[in-house]
Design a protein around this ligand. Sequence first.
Ligand code: TYD
Length: 139
Amino acid sequence: MSYVNLTNISLQEIPKICDPEGRGNLSVIEKDVLPFDIKRVYYLYDVPSDSCRGGHAHKELQQFLIALSGSFDVVLDNGKHRRTITLNRPNKGLLIPCGVWRELENFSAGSVCLSLVSEVYQEEDYIRDYDVFRSVVGA
Ligand code: TYD
């Protein structure tokens, strides 16, 4: 697992189709939006505003997060630097490569975090100890 430069991580536009008759928006994620094939989809909801999710890194898994509703903050950490990115639009996504420690916090009431991921669930892919993470990335 190599060191990830956090400045290369940014919100990505998801194509949006605005209805010409004002019936609302439609966003679509096709192959060209993501650099991986989706193997799993899961979502977080009913998250209390004072709760923190995440608190781990992945060895192989890549992940694309979208605030389908409401907002939340994603704190990214490469072992040396931290950066917080707010997700609050359903047509913006955040691609998190492997090797990045993440924490999700400040969930607004009713928010929904959709997660599209590159791997099936495997606990062995997680690093849940921050000190272990730091030593693995050589920080
Ligand atoms: P975890 O990935 O730690 O959640 P978060 O990062 O959002 O805080 O997962 C929480 C629990 O759910 C953990 O016991 C593993 C389990 N889980 C599954 O069984 N399958 C899954 O696809 C996911 C994402 C988690």
